[in-house]
Design a protein around this ligand. Structure first.
Ligand SMILES: [Zn+2]
Length: 299
């Protein structure tokens, strides 16, 4: 079922107007945008994570609730999950109950959406780097503090209001866990297009097999308004996608379906592909990055 041009509510608050000069649209200019004042802040994301400079800390064990529920595009029930091309990324808005706690988080956080960042080829695309190493892509699962706030919009500007689970994606083997997402991309090639999943999958399958090794720091949204409200988790273990799977992300367009495309032409003047939607790393300033060492109570 295709729902085109649905009015899409973007994650990230007010966002900002695009500068008229296309050369002045990049992250360097975000602080000049309406609502971009925070983008020059002192606790911005992403960052370069240097393991040797991280501080070891034992956090309590993760508790994932609902992460094993199947995400499915059931058109008749309430559990409708759609995948959207919003012109900047591909995003899945979650409507069910998916919670995380433990893992050093101060409260229970509820997942509301996940999305991806990628580059024009596999040499860059992830947002966080490790020892300066870049990854091909990065997955972000966005949660808000469910104990304190009744909706993400109330948490998005508040310190520690959000918790994002970040997963590095490297080039490797074909990853069947991501097939429901990758297969749906051909249905949402243009901005504003939306598709309901045909294959059910649990959220936990998108995480690396070892979630107990991770990095933790306080940072920000990586898009305007750059609010410094995020408790960041970057899992140490990357997941793999094949070259072919990663290439599907780059076929998504920034622009809407036009009359030209309707005619089935091979190329149209509006063909602008989403192929660099990651923000460069930001200064760490005085922040500490922690590395979790699992406290295994069974031992
Ligand atoms: Zn993101």
């Amino acid at each position: 079922m295709l729902k085109t041009e649905k009015n899409f509510k973007s994650f990230g608050g007010k966002g900002g107007k695009r500068a008229k000069d296309p050369k002045q649209r990049g992250p360097k200019y975000w602080s000049q945008l309406d609502g971009g004042e925070n983008c020059n802040g002192k606790s911005q994301s992403p960052i370069d994570i240097v393991p040797l400079e991280t501080k070891q800390k034992s956090f309590d064990k993760w508790k994932f609730v609902g992460y094993d529920n199947e995400i499915a595009g059931d058109q008749t029930g309430a559990q409708v999950k759609s995948i959207v091309n919003n012109g900047r990324t591909v995003q899945v808005d979650l409507e069910g109950d998916y919670f995380i706690s433990g893992g050093g988080l101060p409260n229970t956080f509820k997942a509301v959406q996940f999305h991806f960042h990628w580059g024009k080829d596999n040499t860059a695309g992830g947002e966080h780097t490790r020892n300066g190493k870049t990854y091909a892509a990065e997955l972000h699962i966005v949660h808000y503090d469910y104990d304190t706030f009744d909706a993400i919009n109330h948490a998005i500007r508040r310190p520690k209001g959000l918790a994002v689970l970040g997963v590095w994606i490297e080039v490797g083997k074909h990853n069947t866990a991501f097939d429901p997402i990758i297969d749906a991309l051909q249905r949402i090639q243009y901005k504003g297009q939306e598709w309901l999943f045909e294959t059910a999958f649990p959220l936990q399958d998108l995480l690396p097999s070892d979630v107990n090794q991770f990095y933790r720091y306080d940072g920000s949204l990586t898009t305007p308004g750059c609010f410094e409200s995020v408790i960041w988790t970057m899992f140490d273990q990357p997941v793999q996608l094949s070259k072919r799977q990663l290439a599907e992300l780059r076929k998504l367009r920034e622009s809407s379906y036009t009359a030209c495309q309707k005619l089935g032409k091979d190329s149209c003047p509006d063909d602008v592909f989403i192929e660099k939607n990651y923000r460069p790393v930001q200064p760490l300033n005085n922040r500490l990055v922690y590395r979790n060492i699992v406290k295994n109570l069974e031992l």
